[in-house]
Each structure stands twice: as structure tokens, then as C-alpha cells.
Design a protein around this ligand. Sequence first.
Ligand SMILES: NC(=O)c1ccc[n+]([C@@H]2O[C@H](COP(=O)([O-])OP(=O)(O)OC[C@H]3O[C@@H](n4cnc5c(N)ncnc54)[C@H](O)[C@@H]3O)[C@@H](O)[C@H]2O)c1
Ligand SMILES: O=c1ccn([C@@H]2O[C@H](COP(=O)(O)OP(=O)(O)O[C@H]3O[C@H](CO)[C@H](O)[C@H](O)[C@H]3O)[C@@H](O)[C@H]2O)c(=O)[nH]1
Length: 340
Amino acid sequence: MYFYKQQKFFQGETKVKVLVTGGAGYIGSHFVKYLVKNNFSPVVLDSLVRGHREAVGDSVPFENADLLDYDSLEKVIYKHKPEAIVHFAAFAYVGESVENPELYYTNNVVGSFNLIKAAVKNNIKKFVFSSTCSIYGNPLNVPISESEPAKPINPYANTKLVIEMMLKDFEYKYGLKHVCLRYFNAAGADPEGEIGESHSPETHLIPIVLEAALGKREKVFVFGNDYDTQDGTCIRDYIHVVDLADAHLKALLYLDKENSTSEIINLGTGAGNSVLEIIKRAEEITGKKINYEITGRRPGDPAVLVADNKKARKLLDWKPELKIEEILSTAWKWHSNPRY
Ligand SMILES: NC(=O)c1ccc[n+]([C@@H]2O[C@H](COP(=O)([O-])OP(=O)(O)OC[C@H]3O[C@@H](n4cnc5c(N)ncnc54)[C@H](O)[C@@H]3O)[C@@H](O)[C@H]2O)c1
Ligand SMILES: O=c1ccn([C@@H]2O[C@H](COP(=O)(O)OP(=O)(O)O[C@H]3O[C@H](CO)[C@H](O)[C@H](O)[C@H]3O)[C@@H](O)[C@H]2O)c(=O)[nH]1
């Protein structure tokens, strides 16, 4: 089993500078650590509105700036002169986006617009964007391939689709080559236990299940057991955050190829687990009893979301290596001893 593998650098160069927005957040911080392990030079830009300063190693340059403040953002780009940008910074709660769409259009769309504008102004040509499989809404075909129509059903996913379209328009005019990575359910943590998932409020299933195992929650509420699945609960494609980090690095290597084109690529394992399966596997891995109660469906939850990941395998030469056991065991290591 691998956790941290070494990749080939940009055309043999070392210390390629990459600006990582949202690098103090959950997925961004794991990517930053992965870049460091692979001898890249990340620079983190994060306003810490939902991130943690402690999630970024002391050796990594950190810029406390908000994407909504164009002048500060441009100063950061001018100062560090990155060769590529990997853009994680966003708000990502579906429910909150329904309650407060203006917050989401401002932070995600305006923030990304500022970043893209500053990128083209500073002649940056390589851009990787955190998109989401939520863009597919209630898909007609599962496993979901990139040819599935984008039909988002909430403001959060709408903002991600707008940004994908913005990138396309800016590529046409300014040659901003990009990869939009549509992730399925990010989960797991740094196998070394230094960083992990720490959201407030926490809405994701796996951290909630592990908090119940630790006695921090009385029980897990299972949102519906009347779906058309084997045990009636929703199925999701959980992908380890280190596998995601590896895919981002490979997207950068792909963009560095002369003949590469801008692409939309799904990132998932191609396998799914139901909510009840996650609870059962978590009981096995933690050795703790996890209480749960079946409640009503959560609005907007599709029954099954599983990726067709053929495109990522072929184009990025990537494959997910870590299974649900490693996802749960690394997340358990983190949640048993969180550092922030
Ligand atoms: N977690 C998942 O399962 C999942 C799935 C699909 C897509 N995504 C996407 O991946 C990205 C990262 O998700 P995450 O779970 O790590 O989220 P997160 O909230 O942990 O991290 C986001 C980071 O962005 C920063 N940020 C937000 N707005 C900012 C702004 N205007 N200026 C500067 N910094 C700002 C926050 O402080 C935070 O550190 C997001 O774009 C999200 O939409 C996540
Ligand atoms: O307390 C809980 C929390 C979740 N669930 C269920 O567990 C599954 C996973 O839910 P999460 O909230 O962990 O993840 P989502 O699939 O809803 O969404 C996540 O992945 C999406 C992509 O699939 C989006 O990107 C989104 O931003 C991100 O939060 C769902 O069926 C949900 O109904 C429960 O039963 N109880």
C-alpha cells in the first residue's frame, strides 16, 4: 500500500512554484503537504475564513488574503510569480447555499473571477479547479461519466458550473489552460496524523460517524432508508484525500504537456458504500459501538453517486490506491487526536 509517492517534476525541473488557494482548508492542506513531499514549492493563499493556519507547515509561505480583495490577491501573485494555480478556496455547504445564495455567488463566483482575472493579467497559463460531482444533480446514468449532462440542483453546484464556464471563456480569449476536477466525496486524512478534516459545523458523514464512535455525539442520524439501494440508504463514492492530492499533482503534470487541452475530469474510486455500510465498517475499524437512528431523507440527496473514473485513469495516468479501510483508519487516527 502506498501513501506518499513521488512524481516526476515539471519537465525535470524541481521547486516549481504553485499558488494554492484554500490551502489551509481540508483538501487544500493535504495537497500542499503532497506538493512539499514531491519537491514542489507551494505558496498558500487563504483568508482563514474556514481554514486553519496550523494545517499549513511552517516551511510553506502563507499569505493571509481574501479572493474578494483583488488588490491583495494581485500583490500575492506578483510577489510569488507562480507557474500554476490550484484553486480550492470556496464555500461548500449545500444547505447554507440554499439559505444564502448571495454568499455563495459572491465568495465562489466573484472570488474565482478575481483569481482568473489576476491569473491572465500575470500571464499564468496553468489552472486546476476544485469542482464537484454535485454538478450532475440527479444523474440519469451511474457510474457517472463526464458526458452526463450538468444539471445542478442547488446554488453551491450552480456556482461551480458558472466557474467552469468562466474558465472556458477565459481560455478562449487568453489561453488559460485548465483542468476542472469534479470530486466525489472527499474523505480520510493524512496517514501521518498531522492534518485532517476539521469543519465547523461538520456535516460530512464520516467525521460524524467517528465523532459518534468517540462519544462526542450520542448517535448518527441516517437520512433515509427508503432509497432504491440494497439496504435503502444512500450510496456515495468516498475518495481518499491523498488520492485526490495525487490527482491534482498529475493534473499539473498533464497541463505541463505541450499537447494537452483543457478538460473536465471526474475523481472518484468507481465504488460506492451505503451509509449503513460506513457505520458498520467504522465499528470494525474503531472497535466501538456506533449508535444510529433512521430519520427522514435530507432534501436534495440523490440515491447513488458513483464515478466512472476512466478519463482520469487514461488522461492523468492516475488511479485511486486507497480503499474505504484506509479512509476510515486514517480519519480515525486524526479524529482520535486532532491537532486543530
Ligand atoms: N469536501 C468534499 O467532499 C468536496 C467535494 C467536492 C468538491 N469540493 C471542493 O473542494 C474545495 C475544498 O473543499 P474543502 O472540503 O477542503 O473545504 P474547506 O472549507 O475545508 O477549505 C476551503 C478553504 O478556502 C478558504 N477560503 C474560502 N473562501 C475564501 C476566500 N474568499 N479567500 C481566501 N480563502 C478562502 C477557507 O478559509 C478554507 O481554508 C472546495 O472548492 C469545495 O467546493 C469538496
Ligand atoms: O449525518 C449525516 C450526514 C450524512 N448522511 C448521508 O451520508 C451521505 C454522504 O453525505 P455527506 O454530507 O458526507 O456528503 P454529500 O454526498 O452530501 O456531499 C459531499 O460531496 C458532494 C459530492 O458528492 C459535494 O461536493 C458536497 O460539497 C460534499 O459535502 C449522504 O447520503 C447523506 O444523506 C447521513 O445519513 N447522516
